[in-house]
Design a protein. Structure first.
Lengths: 231, 231
């Protein structure tokens, strides 16, 4: 039996609570992080709070093992007196969408092997993909995630804006978007690169630039240059 | 019965040939575009040649209806004396990967309704998604495709480079990549945007920039600015 306290009231806290509640060998309690009285004593305390609140909330927890769920905060930012760890799930959590935890990578860190093993056991009770990731690696992963998720989404947004302007249904692009994402499961992104930039097809590049607004041109030029430099 | 001649020897030509060959009501011939003698007289002649070759190859074809398969060349660039059209499939074709034509959007254009109907019939014999797309719309689609496919792939590449540098398996990011692509089927890219840029979280942005090389910083800054400007 593992006892868990989740502190937080955002999407991560509620999805985790839901997942843990379904497991017989987990006893889970969830509390708002603004109310730190009557904290139950649990095996693991999970702070699913904003990055800025981690230090302060953790300084008020006397439980033995306190972990946070942030991608960009070091383990040492926890200010509890007991042991520290990280229980970071690299996935986007939306309020209204169920999370398939079997697809979520759990990136775990702890101060000692026993705590790591406990966090790994917990992760495996709800998920399948468990990785040991140090604070420095997690920071790098978090930046990499910004590129593959946030910036990729902005590429979709730009494509969608161009479609709107020329009255073409964005749905035409959806199969290509799916295919582009599916491709990298069997081909490295470097090997999968196609298009006018990598071909150095300046004639097509110029035609494209002529269709874009200033901000779109800036993205087009910067990314094209980076592709051509082999970055 | 529809008779088709495909001129070309790239991936588009060979995938189309394979798909048409399976249909009873299509008779298809494929020829190398460098050998324009003994051209059979067919209902539709499909030029699956490079953009630069379209004008010249088409000027040598006497068949009634000649179409090209390019995303970035206007229908009027065809120089055959007969009727003209476009049979553009918006998808990436790899040499060694089978194409699921039911997922491929066919973007069609013709000079008259009868020819458009013939091209649509042909497309529906191998596929499901058929759209009327003018030359101007097609040009816009082609640029939009560069963003959602080529540039997105470069975001994956950058994420992959960051992972390599910090010795984190890129596989950790694959579920997020899939989720990001899947999300826009039920959420507009504008509504799906998350991350430090849209939150104007300058503290996290600065931490991220400190981890990146100069070229990566340039992409990070340009895309962040564009997200924040609501572009």
């Amino acid at each position: 039996m593992i006892s868990i306290l989740i502190l937080g009231d955002g999407n991560v806290a509620s999805h985790l609570y839901k997942a843990f509640s379904k497991v017989n060998t987990i006893v889970v309690t969830k509390k708002n992080s603004r109310n730190l009285t009557n904290i139950p004593n649990t095996d693991i305390t999970i702070l699913a709070v904003s990055d800025d609140a981690i230090a302060e909330v953790s300084s008020n927890i006397a439980n033995s093992l306190v972990v946070h769920t942030s991608g960009s905060v070091a383990m040492t930012s926890l200010k509890n007196k007991g042991r520290k760890g990280v229980f970071y799930m690299l996935q986007t959590f939306s309020k209204d969408k169920n999370v398939d935890f079997s697809e979520v990578p759990f990136c775990l860190e702890a101060e000692n092997e026993k705590d790591y093993a406990l966090l790994a056991t917990l992760a495996q009770l709800v998920g399948e993909k468990v990785y040991p990731v140090s604070s420095e690696q997690r920071k790098a992963l978090h930046v990499a995630a910004v590129f593959v998720n946030n910036f990729t989404n902005h590429m979709y947004k730009t494509g969608s804006d161009i479609c709107s302007e020329y009255k073409v249904p964005f749905a035409i692009l959806e199969p290509l978007i799916k295919e582009t994402a599916a491709k990298i499961e069997f081909l490295s992104p470097a090997a999968a690169q196609t298009g006018p930039a990598i071909r150095k097809d300046q004639k097509t590049i110029n035609k494209h630039l002529a269709l874009l607004n200033k901000q779109q041109q800036e993205i087009y030029t910067t990314v094209t240059k980076s592709i051509q430099n082999g970055n």
